[in-house]
Design a protein around this ligand. Sequence first.
Ligand code: PLP
Length: 426
Amino acid sequence: MKIDTICVQGGWKPKKGEPRQPPIVAATTFRYETTQQMADLFDLKESGYFYTRLQNPTNDNVAAKIVELEGGVAGMLTSSGQAASTYSILNLCSAGDHVVCSAHIYGGTYNLFNVSLRKLGVEFTFVDPDASDEEINNAFRPNTKCMFGETVANPSGKVLDLERFAKIAHSNGVPLIVDNTFPTPVLCRPFEFGADIVIHATTKYMDGHAAQVGGAIIDSGNFDWEKHPEKFACLVDPDPSYHGLSYTKTFGKAAYIVKATAQLMRDYGSIASPFNAYILNLGLESLHLRIRRHAENAYKIAKWLKTREEVAWVNYSGLEDSPYKALCEKQFDGGLPSGVLTFGIKGGREASIKFMDSLKIVEIVTHVADARSCVLHPASHTHRQLTDEQLRAAGIPPDLIRFSAGIEDADDLIADIEQALAQIKE
Ligand code: PLP
């Protein structure tokens, strides 16, 4: 099936007389007839549902659709994008391990890695994704367990060269984990460029209606954990919490996801609500239509902004003069990365605030990837405690406006921006 058909029909395959939509299984527990039947589930000898913290049929049906979309072999939903990022790392790393990570990632992920996971003893080296192979290779250590990056960074828009990053990761004997939230598998399928594991904040375009918070982890099944048995003893060696079972020997290509489900979900419990999974699936049914429109609108708006004298700068990797244009053509179906762009208004922080407050259709919210266009001004919102100087040091110009193009008519959006720009001069 092509990607558009998978968006609509992937995952749940109802049998005769069953509901067309994946049913919401609002149940914590599942009944069995004998003690032995339940014991076999606990020992992972049989597959089946017994407690929703581990697995739930609604969640699995929706995860199966995302696995098909990404072209992977196994996947799972989590309660948020943050939970997906956390599990993707903790499934391979414990105290004393190390990760090489692109410096251009979502601020929440940076904080999670650089503060919270560091407190647990996992070390991170952040590299400029545009640095030379040599510089990036130098960041690896004997205890490095994986490499992490964002296909399209939030909010810088930098595009990760997936093939180059995958080659570097593999030559150092570790998998590449990629956050593919911004392009979604409709525009980019990282496994085709050598990435090994993909994660998503399904909260964003996959849902697309600002209706649920969720995450997903998908494994390509391509990374050979047994080739590096010392590095990935956690997957290869017997797991004492599962009576000496080896994930790679018992589950083959599904080892990574089975471990994340059986061990991390069991212990940390960030399960997605089946209700949220149902809402997510409704979003996925139109993802192929929406994400292309989001990207086209962002492109039109970016091009128009470039013609305006009130605008100091515009950053959208899909523009013809972007240094990432060639990479966009290679990695993204249609050559556009996502619906998010950033720009600055002449006049700095004050002018940006006046501009944002003057918008009528475009809404001020802490979100991206909604069907409704929205804006955020990091200097006034997410990073409001910083001075202009501190903002610049953090790579965020005080005038930076993050604009998430919705799926409205682009002419209406441009007209709204035009009238708001006119207000600055008043
Ligand atoms: N990854 C990216 C690229 C994001 O933009 C976000 C949130 O904005 C996340 C991960 C975290 O997702 P969530 O808010 O669902 O935890």
